[in-house]
Write a protein that binds this ligand. Structure first.
Ligand code: BG6
Ligand code: MG
Length: 225
């Protein structure tokens, strides 16, 4: 691992803005309707996971729902997305999580490249509502990958597009599946959230306020020593 990284790849939901909470509320509403309620503990398994895969995880734990026809699955997933879109309709730059815009500014000023690595089909829309699109050199969303997180493809796709080696990349994630994806890509993983959910992160902070650019670089180069 080099002393200085060449790119940082940011997750969106739960790192840049608290849309992870809106995904949870939307899934919870759908799961209640299906008679298959979910709680926050179970939701940890959904974080970072794509829309259809998340629905499958909800259906799988309820024997009565396992045989749902594909057409209904698609309708249900669309319904969840409708609830989610309602929740994010009022999103503004004031919903950027603390410390994130400062981090993006410092990242930009340093010349280290910036990519988004999101599992969401709504990623470009959300970034736009937050007024952050201009910081990004490249955006990977659900449409650009075949294999969602925890597969490394989201992160390797970003690095390939930027033309940087995987070992020279840092990934920032709030989900267990996302940290696994970064590690699988051979990148340095930064976890944002409780240790019990992110024990596999190379470096972990409790919240986004602690994501300080020079500290991230320090932790990255310490791993390479
Ligand atoms: C990820 C979220 O970023 O995107 C997941 O962490 C979500 O919770 C996934 O299911 C897919 O999002 P969307 O917007 O395509 O339904
Ligand atoms: Mg996330």
């Amino acid at each position: 691992m080099a002393q200085q990284p060449e790119a940082i790849i940011y997750d969106l939901d739960g790192v840049i803005t608290d849309t992870a909470e809106f995904h949870f509320l939307a899934w919870k509403k759908l799961a209640d309707e299906l008679g298959a309620p979910i709680d926050r503990q179970f939701n940890e398994q959904l974080k970072g996971v794509g829309r259809m895969d998340s629905l499958e995880l909800i259906l799988k734990r309820n024997p009565g729902l396992k045989g749902m026809p594909q057409e209904e699955k698609e309708q249900r997933a669309a319904e969840k997305n409708g609830y989610y879109l309602d929740l994010i309709s009022q999103l503004t730059p004031s919903d950027i999580l603390p410390g994130i815009e400062e981090l993006l500014k410092a990242n930009r000023a340093s010349g280290v490249k910036i990519a988004l690595g999101s599992a969401s089909k709504n990623a470009a829309f959300v970034l736009d509502k937050l007024g952050l699109t201009h910081y990004f050199d490249y955006i990977v969303d659900a449409a650009k990958v075949k294999n969602g997180k925890p597969h490394p493809e989201t992160f390797t796709t970003a690095a390939d597009a930027l033309g940087v080696p995987y070992a020279a990349c840092i990934g920032i994630e709030d989900s267990a599946a996302g940290v696994e994806a970064i590690n699988g890509a051979g990148m340095f993983s930064v976890g944002v959230g409780p240790a019990e959910h992110l024990p596999h992160a190379d470096w972990r902070v409790d919240n986004t306020e602690q994501l300080e650019f020079t500290e991230i670089l320090k932790q990255y180069s310490a791993k390479g020593e």
